[in-house]
Every structure is written in C-alpha cells, then in structure tokens.
Design a protein. Sequence first.
Length: 595
Amino acid sequence: MRQLITKWGQNFNPDEVLPEYPRPGMVRDSYYNLNGVWEYGILPDGAPEDYQGTILVPYSPETLLSGVGKILCPHETLYYRKNFSLPEGFKKSRVLLHFGAVDQECRVFLNGASLGQHKGGYLPFTFDITEFLKDGSNTLTLAVKDRTEQAPYGRGKQKLKKRGKYASLFYTPQSGIWKTVWLESVEENYIQSFKITPLFDSSSVMLHIQPLRRGKEISVEIIDGARTAAQGSADENGNIRLYIPNAVPWTPETPYLYDVVIRMENDTVRGYFGMRKLSAARDKEGILRFFLNNRPVFFNGILDQGYWPESLLTPPSDEALQHDILTLKNLGFNTIRKHIKVESDRFYYHCDRLGMLVWQDMPNGGGDYNMFFVTYMTNAFDWFARGVKDNHYRLFKRQDPEGRKQYYQELEDMVSHLYNFPSVAVWVPFNEGWGQFDAHKATSLIRRLDETRLINEACGWFDQGGGDMYSIHNYVHKLNVRPQPDRVVALTEYGGYAYPVENHVACEKEFGYQFYHSKEELTKNYRRLWTEEIFPNLKKGLCSAIYTQTSDVEEEINGIMTYDRAMVKLEEETVHALNMQLYREFAQLTGFDSD
C-alpha cells in the first residue's frame, strides 16, 4: 500500500496532539490532556511487560502518525506506559481519568494498582483514580488485546484477513488507544451526567441531571446569546422542564444552539442543545415523509467512513475533522451517515454548530461474515434481501451469546452517549446483515432509550419490517421506488462511482461500482444518475439519498474526495446545483414550498 498523507499530516506537530477539549457537550474548567509520547510494547501473550519504544497517543500503532507502524495480532498484547504529574492546583476532591476509546479490550493500572477493565472499541470510559494517586510522578499502564474479526465486539470496517470479491470493502485493522486520554478534577459530590430533551411543540426543554449523590440543590440556566432565556431548580429526582419563549429552531440551514449551565454546590458544567423535532408524517399527497420541526425534510447525504491515510480512524487534527463536514456542507449536502464508526465528541459538536444532520450507525460485530450469504445473494435477489429472518444466528455469525449480550450493552452505551447532540437524527443498529440478529429487539431497545429520533432498523437488506424506513441499497439496478404504507422510503446507499486520481491512490487494487477516468466524465455520470434515478423518484415517496462516499479509503476509490483530501473529484458547482434543485423540487412536491 502506498502511504498517502493529508496536508494536516504534513504539517503535523507532535508536541500538540489533538489538544482541543474532548467533551464539548459537557464542559468543566478542569482539564489535563495526556495525549503525546507514551512508551509501548507489542509482545506475545504471556510475555513479561517490556517496552520497545515510544508511541504518539492517541494514534494506533498501525498508523503512520503513531510512529510505530505495526499491526497488533490476536496472539499479542499491546502495552502502554505513561508517567505524569498533576499540574499545581489541579486536584480538587477527586480526579477522573477519561479514555475516549481503546480498541478492543484493555486492563488499566495506576502505580501498579488495577483500576479495572473495559471491553468494546468505540466508546468512552472513565475511572476515578483519586485513591491511587501519589504526590509527584505517577505511572499509568495499559494492557490491550484486539482480535478484530476473531472476537464478537464491534469492529466496523477493520479486518485482519481480506479475501473474495468484496474484500476491498474492509480496511486495515487498528488497535489500542485511538481517542484522547485526559484527566479532570471534580468536587466530592459532582454532576456525573445530564440528559437534554428538546420539546419542540411546547417550546420547552426537559433535563434529567444525575449527580454522584442526591440531596443538593441543582440549578439550571438556559442562555440565549448574552441573555438568560430560562432558569430554575431541578426536583429531587434531578428533573426540570423549562419554557423558552419564541424558541429558535435548529435546522441544517440555521443551526441555532442554546447554552446550558448546570450548577450544584461548587460544581459547574456547561452544555448546549438545539430546539428540533424529528418525526414521520404524511405530505399533502398522503405519502409518508420524514419531518424536521413539523416540515418535510429530505435527508440528502453522504456515507462517511471517517478514515485518514496517516491515522486511520483518528483524524490528524481537529481542523481535518471540520474540513470534511464543511466540504460536504458547501457542496449542498445536509446529512452525513456515519458508517459503522462512533466518532469523537468533537465530530458531533462540529455537526451541531455547522448544521449537518447525522445518521449514526452501530459498529458491526459478530464472527467472520459469510460474504456469499450477506452480500452476493442480497445483491442478486431482492426477495432474498427482504425475505430472510435474522434469527438464524449461525448464518449471520452471531452464535456467541456473550457477543450478543455485548452488542446490546454497546448499543445502549452509544445511544446514551450521543443522546444530547442535536445533529444526530437517525439510529442504524444494523447494516447489510453484518452481524445482524433479532433486529426488532434492537429497535425496541433504542425506542426505550430514545423516543425522539428515527430508526433505520436493517440498513440495505434483511429487512424485518420494523423501524421508520424502508431502506434500499442500490448500486446495480435502475432505481424505481413506490410509496410504502407504514414506513418512509429511504435510499440509504447508492452511487459508489470510482475515479482513480493519479498519484492520489493508495492501493494497486481498486474497487468501485462504476469506473470513470476524469473529473468531467465522473461528473457527467453523477448528473445522469440524479436526473434518471433521484429526481423521478421524489414524487414516488423517496425521502433520502445517501451517496457512497466522502473520500476514497484504501482500495475503495469511490469517494467524492481523494483519500488524502487533496482533490474534490466531482465538479463542485454541478453537485451544488443538483442539491439545490432537489430541495426546491422536494418542497414543491410536499406542499411546503410557499411557507
């Protein structure tokens, strides 16, 4: 594989590694970043701890920016060590250690004492390290295992061994710490979490606040710019509902955010929310559509893998993270489908403030997939894609009961963790049958956790008839949809047009669904695709279109941008014009163009 690098990787400063505050939805003044140079060792199981060099955290050892460039194998353990001293005046009553994500299993120690362990590679976790801290230097160590497809945990597109026609759909595996590691100090009794639910129709907002221990008064202030829009005290259960006069809606065009300040004794945290409502209802013709703030909305978006050539799942910088969102927004798209990856909190924060709707996939897991079953047959026969029940655990590689239990735990944690971000509009528990099982149960769990968002129960195929949308993946046949009686029609993947740009392709093997060889040829056929398939289906009920994909990734060269983000491969003016035309036609069809 040829090593590509983005402009952010070229200008990378190893002394300033992702220094931005990592949790913008819940901010305290206390913050100490542990990113930077750590020691590492990759050793066979059972070997004594040893350290072979340095690694730049939070980049996985498989990446260029980590300085290591080694793949962790299933029979090996990845060890980390970091010495640190708390800044003067940092410690209050308690100190919390936060990991943004560690892939897949880890055990954590401070000064030789076990803090605990964590399973699952995509979500944050925290340890209270107060009792284990020493004056002066402290030693933090981790032992990490990552078996990728040999373990049932969520793994997304990572794969150790690629084979077969669709091997290019999977990418280099990565392991270990890949999101920011940081410390904060809190009071003895502190606010652990809070849940914000906008109530659009009543112009109010509901908060549920969870302190470490109850019994102290909790006050909430909603700030609109420079003024207080509402304020009050939570009840004994931590609940409060506040009315906001003339509340401004959050939309992709006007991503208006309200600030929230929560106080309890000496603890203060700051957050934000957007006033918005998601639903499904009928337009003037009686066709089911998606609605945002009681108006029909067309989810016009891009499948986004969130991979970078020099750093894989971790962006090389916060500026790079913003770049992809801004590029898609400037092209006229309003939606990103975050494909089987949970991003850092800063991604969702930027979507919130810039105005980009997000469809959030659950990272897929289970055993090594039978691609003939989940890909060949489903592409060939629509009846197969919609007629097979997903309770056949062996066929879907979900035989392991503990793996299924882990899936539900990770799904619940993901929904809870991302709940407060207004940009998140849709949950996608399963994609294309990869590790799918009992999809109805997953939908029921999500509904219990979150009644405010839409659900794409089984994205693409192995439709079980649940969720809010009738999901279609269409790369081969001409699209011809019809309205569905009980779910909205959603084109949730399409396109995948490939254009290999000389000197900007990472691999000799190249994958795409159609191949073109210039920006002009690619744009001409992209326009044809929209003219022949997207626009004619609007009147038949089509209410979303998610194009594959944001950028090339390794062997997949079907991105709007090259893998190194050096070039937008489509003519930008044409793409923007098509998107604007879509919004106009959709508004006219649904009867909301004159409002």
